[in-house]
Ligand binder design. Structure first.
Ligand code: ADA
Length: 580
């Protein structure tokens, strides 16, 4: 499955995933490769033969196509080299962002696709390092094949803006000419509410047809001229009078469709995405969604499941959202990387607010000085914002969870990355989850101050005292004073089924009691605008993290890895629900 809705009606798109591919390991030391039929998307750790394999492997399959093609790989963990008919077509680093390969003028017939995947840890990889979560191996998200003509829409971003009580859709699109021949035509943009197919849109999507549009107020047309190979940017604004707002309570969605028409009026390409009419901004200590104060009650969630690794199918993603909702949550933090778009589609549809962050966890200044760190972080940010810009559920961008935000060098990295986000998206606030207790120096760089705290777990200071001390320091001593303040992690470990009258650490009783105290302290603090519990479900960690991580799992889930509720489930549910 590529998305929860169709993104093309004119461009021919075929899913190459949701089926078995030929898979073989590529062992370093001359051992026999393991050969399997393996599911894409999937993780090779889910097969008994490769449960513990770390290294290089290759996935192959044939496909039918002709002419110009675009392959989109939505996630390969963690480094990929893509070959079409034996010729390298793309390479990419980072498991959690999509990338593409565009190949010109394929002869009609059968072609061969090979994806070499590497999930090794070595100095080339600054972000995928041995960590408190697992870096799986495989093609872990969907793969799409698209057949392109001479020109195609490469990007389509919508920013909803409200002026004088009216909503406008500000649209920015890019169109690419793949050939030397010039192209002169136009691009028609159509906005409509999801669920209702207007005559205008129905006409516009008829392949090769011409169309007329009676609903001028929801469309705009831009002239397109490309002298030869290259890309053109188009900007327009559409007045969407009477548009219904997206909110967690009523997540009304709209589609935006960009249709490229030739000079003769033929529709030759299209791209459809969804968005919602909503504005997020900060004002003093508040985060406002369409002017309403947000109170975040959320969970941090890893993409992790014992049966699927990080490649959760739709049904498992949906179940996670159902359980979070049942506990009274209104938000999820995609710790610690950009998530599968299908999960974001579900969040859009369910009105679940999302904190999305780039990929980095707990890197020291030394690790941030890896020569590849800056480029790999920037690529991740660019790809995340480009791909997820339109999701109304994303209300904030985060970067660099628990990295060196307390040193001057660290600060220079935070500054570059936050500025990059600002240059790509001016419509959302930015933040980072800090663990630098009373030593952070980066709060002047972001709109929202966020801290991860573990009173009653890693230390025994009472939660209210610890929080008050930290909050007062932020207000009195830092540039975070007067800004919205979130707790982005709090929690305690419990091993599912470990019950003890002594209420010792790792028991379900201890976790439930600790969470009750932590949440009550946080939610009753007048300065705090919300909390994310660490974490929704237990997750697998890297083997070298076994110390302090019984079962080689991070056991702070409110449900275990199979989503079985621990005692704290009802504690969280009672507290979150009592506040709605
Ligand atoms: C950190 C970190 C999480 C996790 C957590 C824990 O705050 O951000 O990824 O490691 O601590 O369980 O200790």
């Amino acid at each position: 499955m590529l998305r929860t809705f169709a993104t093309h009606k004119i461009r021919t798109q075929t899913e190459l995933s949701s089926c078995l591919w030929d898979f073989s390991t590529m062992p370093e030391g001359g051992e026999e490769p393991v050969r399997l039929k393996a599911l894409v998307p999937g993780c090779w750790e889910t097969y008994p033969e490769t449960r513990k394999y770390r290294g290089r492997a290759c996935y192959e399959r044939d496909f039918q196509a002709s002419g110009n093609i675009r392959l989109e790989l939505k996630g390969v963990s963690h480094t990929a080299v893509v070959y079409v008919d034996g010729v390298q077509a793309a390479s990419h680093y980072n498991a959690y962002t999509p990338f593409q390969a565009v190949v010109g003028k394929l002869a009609p017939g059968t072609h061969h696709l090979k994806v070499c995947v590497d999930n090794s840890f070595d100095s080339r990889s600054a972000l995928h390092v041995e960590n408190d979560y697992q870096t799986y191996g495989g093609i872990t998200r969907a793969v799409a094949l698209e057949e392109l003509g001479q020109v195609y829409v490469t990007s389509l971003h919508v920013t909803p803006v409200k002026r004088a009580g009216c909503w406008y859709a500000q649209i920015e699109a890019r169109v690419r000419n793949l050939e030397e021949d010039p192209f002169a035509g136009r691009v028609r943009f159509i906005v409509e509410k999801c669920g209702g197919e207007s005559k205008a849109a129905a006409g516009a999507v008829e392949k090769g047809g011409t169309e007329r549009n009676p609903q001028a107020e929801t469309t705009a047309v831009c002239t397109l001229e490309l002298a030869g190979r290259g890309e053109a940017s188009l900007n327009t604004e559409i007045l969407c009078d009477g548009a219904e707002e997206w909110s967690p309570r009523r997540p009304v969605l709209y589609t935006v469709c960009a249709v490229v028409e030739s000079g003769r009026g033929e529709a030759v390409d299209d791209l459809i995405d969804r968005f919602g009419f909503r504005e997020v901004r900060t004002e003093g200590k508040e985060i406002l969604l369409n002017g309403e104060k947000l109170r975040i009650q959320g969970f941090c969630r890893h993409e992790d499941h014992p049966q699927f690794g990080c490649a959760l199918p739709l049904a498992a993603m949906e179940q996670d959202l159902v359980l979070m909702r049942d506990m009274g949550a209104n938000s999820v933090r995609t710790s610690h990387y950009p998530n599968d778009e299908i999960f974001l589609d579900l969040c859009d549809e369910r009105g679940m607010l999302v904190w999305e962050e780039n990929h980095a966890r707990g890197l020291s200044e030394e690790a941030m000085r890896n020569p590849n760190f800056e480029r790999q972080c920037e690529d991740c940010i660019r790809e995340m914002v480009e791909a997820h810009y339109n999701h109304p559920c994303i209300y904030i961008w985060g970067i660099l969870n628990e990295c060196a935000s307390h040193t001057e060098y660290g600060k220079s990295c935070y500054e570059k990355q936050l500025s990059l986000i600002r240059s790509l998206d001016r419509s959302r606030p930015r933040s980072f989850a800090s663990c630098q207790f009373k030593t952070d120096i980066c709060f002047g760089l972001a709109e929202v101050v966020s801290y991860n705290i573990y009173p009653l777990w890693y230390h025994d200071t009472p939660a209210d005292q610890y929080l008050a001390d930290l909050y007062d320091w932020v207000q009195q001593e830092t540039e975070g004073a007067g800004k919205p303040f979130l707790i982005t992690e709090v929690g305690a470990g419990a091993i599912y089924g470990c019950r003890t009258p002594d209420r010792v650490k790792w028991s379900e009783e201890y976790q439930a009691e600790a969470l009750e105290k932590q949440l009550k302290a946080i939610l009753s603090h007048e300065g705090v605008r919300g909390v994310y519990i660490w974490q929704f479900a237990d997750c697998r960690v890297c083997d070298s993290w076994f110390h302090g991580r019984p079962r080689t799992m991070n056991n702070k889930g409110i449900v275990d890895e199979y989503r079985r509720p621990k005692l704290s489930y009802m504690t969280v549910r009672d507290i979150f629900r009592s506040r709605k």
